[in-house]
Design a protein around this ligand. Structure first.
Ligand SMILES: [Zn+2]
Length: 458
């Protein structure tokens, strides 16, 4: 049975005071088809500010998981205007003039969010040459390709936690609608100690000199300077490498690398400029010192234990587990000659721990935000992390929540993304089957809409 748009008062977010009323008389859809952008319906609206039913998109969705954690609903209409969700109504609303998208055979859910990517590059056997052979333009084109792959995989937003400044140009180009890609929140260059995980290693002296970065710091004062330099370059969030890491070509281990006073200096400096700090950290001591210094989230978290989990809860901190990164580097260490010996050894130590770490963290009540470290694994294969999350004991619903509501809050974009609600961006995806029954559905996304624009419709 057809239902027509009738007397639905939809309060959206196109403009702060926009109140939209849609009146359609059955059989006479010409009536009252002007949507006023003024609160006062008696005011004349100019040509520019008036909206028509033809500007509205109605998505007929067979199933909708609007908010992860709540039950999905059958046969819903998602009403979209100017790239925003105006409301979700029961049944399949009809209108002769509205643009209707038929997803009645599909399961619709909020667009996915990856809290840990490196969108400007992807690991390959020649990556150590890329840094001295690729021009800025080459990096930007690589980044654009990676961004498109990420969006097509259903990820409508990412947090980029470390890489060259081209990420900021990419972010601007996507926001301006020049190229397809996810919303980006970016750190730019990571703040690291001299010789630490975020520094350069294993090149001759002259090459190391031209690769020097102003986010490398030693001592609390210098770390204040480095944090400010990162923010000056455009950082939305400060990324620090609190411990050693696998892919830096050095045998400096995977434990704490900053002194406690340096960590506090970074967190306080970031706070003065309205930024939070997220820390790459494998070793238990490095994770705990970062949390105690006021770092709000930990990337990887490999060697945490139940005591560390209690600290996460105490500080209401978030863990981004990146199990797929661990799986990927173990595969390389065992099956390729891609890694220098220093990295191969660390990969075989760290990688196998990561899924059991996630299980421990989840069982101990740690808040988990979805993240992959894509750029280690391939861009566009981000959803593989869901498989590892469910294997580690998270329910399908909890894994989806980690990649929607929780990740949106973690990257401080939950006013616009993370759920399908009036006033949020029309950023949504659809799959054929039910991902709450089979998480593998998310490996192959059939439909992607971002900002009301359809980017993929198989
Ligand atoms: Zn990373």
């Amino acid at each position: 049975m057809k239902r027509f748009l009738q007397n639905i008062a939809i309060f959206g977010a196109i403009a702060s005071a926009l109140a939209v009323s849609i009146y359609t008389v059955s059989g006479h859809p010409v009536l009252a088809h002007t949507v006023s952008e003024s609160q006062n319906s008696n005011e004349n609206t100019s040509e520019n500010s008036s909206k028509n039913i033809a500007d509205i998109t109605l998505i007929h969705a067979g199933n909708v998981l609007a908010i992860a954690g709540q039950s999905p609903k059958k046969n819903q209409t998602i009403i979209i205007l100017d790239g925003n969700i105006m409301g979700i109504e029961d049944g399949f609303l009809q209108d002769d003039e509205a643009n209707i998208i038929d997803l009645s055979e599909y399961f619709v859910l909020p667009g996915l969010i990856d809290s840990h990517v490196h969108i400007t590059h992807e690991w390959n056997p020649n990556i150590r040459l890329d840094g001295v052979t690729k021009e800025a333009g080459d990096v930007a084109y690589d980044a654009a390709e990676n961004a498109q792959k990420t969006l097509m995989a259903g990820f409508i937003a990412v947090q980029d936690v470390g890489g060259p400044k081209e990420v900021f140009a990419l972010k601007r180009a996507i926001a301006a609608g020049k190229i397809p890609g996810p919303h980006i929140r970016a750190a730019g260059r990571a703040v690291s100690v001299t010789g630490g995980h975020g520094d350069r290693h294993g090149y001759i002296e002259s090459i190391l000199k031209i690769q020097s970065q102003d986010t490398i710091c030693d001592g609390a004062d210098d770390c204040r300077r480095a944090t400010r330099a990162a923010i000056k370059a455009g950082a939305d969030i400060i990324k620090i490498t609190a411990t050693g890491g696998v892919l830096s070509n050095t045998n400096a281990g995977t434990e704490q690398q900053f002194f406690d006073d340096e960590l506090v200096a970074i967190v306080e400096t970031a706070q003065t400029m309205g930024r939070k700090v997220t820390a790459h950290a494998h070793g238990k001591g490095g994770i705990e010192s970062a949390l105690n210094a006021g770092v709000k989230s930990i990337e990887h978290g490999t060697y945490m234990d139940a005591g560390t989990a209690a600290l996460f809860r105490k500080y209401d901190a978030t863990l981004v587990p990146t199990v797929i990164a661990g799986m990927t580097v173990v595969d390389w260490a065992n099956n390729t000659d891609w890694l220098p010996p220093n990295s191969a050894q660390k990969a075989l130590e760290v990688g196998p721990q990561m899924q059991s770490m996630l299980k421990l963290a989840w069982e101990n009540g740690v808040t988990i935000a979805f993240g992959t470290d894509s750029g280690v694994s391939k861009h566009g294969e981000n959803a593989q992390e869901f498989i590892y999350m469910v294997e580690a004991g998270m329910s399908e619903m909890d894994a989806i929540k980690a990649a929607t509501l929780t990740a949106a809050k973690h990257i401080e974009m939950n006013d616009k993304i993370g759920s399908l609600e009036a006033g949020k961006y029309a950023d949504l995806i659809a799959v054929k089957g039910n991902p709450l029954e089979s998480i593998e559905e998310l490996l192959d996304i059939d439909f992607v809409m971002k900002g009301g624009i359809v980017y993929k419709n198989k």
